[in-house]
Structure formats: structure tokens, C-alpha cells
Write a new protein. Sequence first.
Length: 240
Amino acid sequence: MKFLLPIILFWISSITCAADLPERIDIDYVLNGLIGQGKAHETLLIQNQNGAQHYTLSSEISASGFLKLIKRGSILRHSDGMIIPGEGMKPLHFSDQRGGKPARMVEFDWSKERIIYRRKGREMIENLPKGTLDELSLAYHFIFTAPPKQTLTIYETDYRVLRPVRYAVTHETLDTPMGKLATIVLTKQQEPGDAFRKKIWLATDHHMLPVRIISTEKSGMEVDQLVTKIDYKSSASSTQ
């Protein structure tokens, strides 16, 4: 019994942390890359519908300076789905729109265990493994589930492909414009021939929110996204 007690307390603290979340969280980031800078704004909305919790995530990334000449327009990403107690986020839809191009859409059909990609007027269907996340919900998933241990493997998708990705888990104190933040760090373990890097810092004192993300774009350009501000809002204040 004495061995079960720490586990029980851990799960109680995780549930309490999720219950204390406000209905809306806004995060501002500054972006840095080899050829310019930019900014990003992300919003997480949590709603109760018919006795179940649902989430909506939106992200807007815009470039400035020389980078703006290459990355015209904003990158708009959207994810919505359910929050399953003890399991985390379960996306239903994901979209990625860049500049004036049509949005690339992804549908998660959990009842038929299939994922549907829609882009350029075409539809592609693949099998949908349990626990699959899109690249936007991945960074927020651990708000609603147990913190990761030493390693973890997650099926994740963007608007093109679905693949299992293995992450190493470490701890780090991160310097940010908000001050020093204690974080859990997820570092993608790259397979031979994989040039796409990803690293995510989750703030342990801010509900496991993503406070820094380093990722490689399809073009090969690496972008460093660092938090500058987190704004928590209740349902009353978010409607004003």
C-alpha cells in the first residue's frame, strides 16, 4: 500500500492542476531564425459541452524583417477536439494555412480508426493509431495528462504525414522574458536521414504550457519560438 500512495497522490495533483485551468489561455512568443525574426500568438479555449470537455487551439505566426520577404503572410493553424480524463487531448480536426494558399485539412475519425487528409482537392486516408496527436495539440497535451517520464513515443501528424516519434525527457531551467522557468523538455530523437528537429519546453509552474519550441520547417529552416507573455482569462473576462 505504501508504494501505491505516491502514485495516488500524483494522479490527484494532476487532476487538480487541470481543474484549476481557466477557460482561456493566451500565449505570446517571439520567433528567431537564421534569416529573420517574427512573432506568434496562440490561444487555448476549454469548454464543457454536454458533460464533456472540449478544447480549441489556434495559432498565428507572422514574420518580420528579411524573413517576411520569404515567408509572406501568416501561418494559421487550428486544432479542436475532446479532452479525455487521464488520457489528454483527442483531436477531431486540424488545419494548416500558409499565406494566401488554401488550408490543408485533417480529420480524425476515431469511430472508424482512420485519419483523412484533404489538400489540393484530393483526399487521402490512413489508419489512425490510438493516441495520435496533431503538431499543435502535441505541445498542449500534457496539461491534461501525467507528465512524461524518461522517454515516450507518440504518433503525430502535420498536414502531410503520420509517423511515430520518440522523445527523450529531461529537466531544465529556462531563461525567458518572463524570468527563469522550471521546465520539462521533450527532445525528438532523430532517425537516420531525418533532418527535422523538434524540442519542446513545458513549464511545470504554468500548467505544463509550452514556453519554448524549436522546430524545423519543411523548407529546412529552423525556427526558435520563445514565450514572452502568458495571459489567463476566466469565461467572464474572455467575453468582454
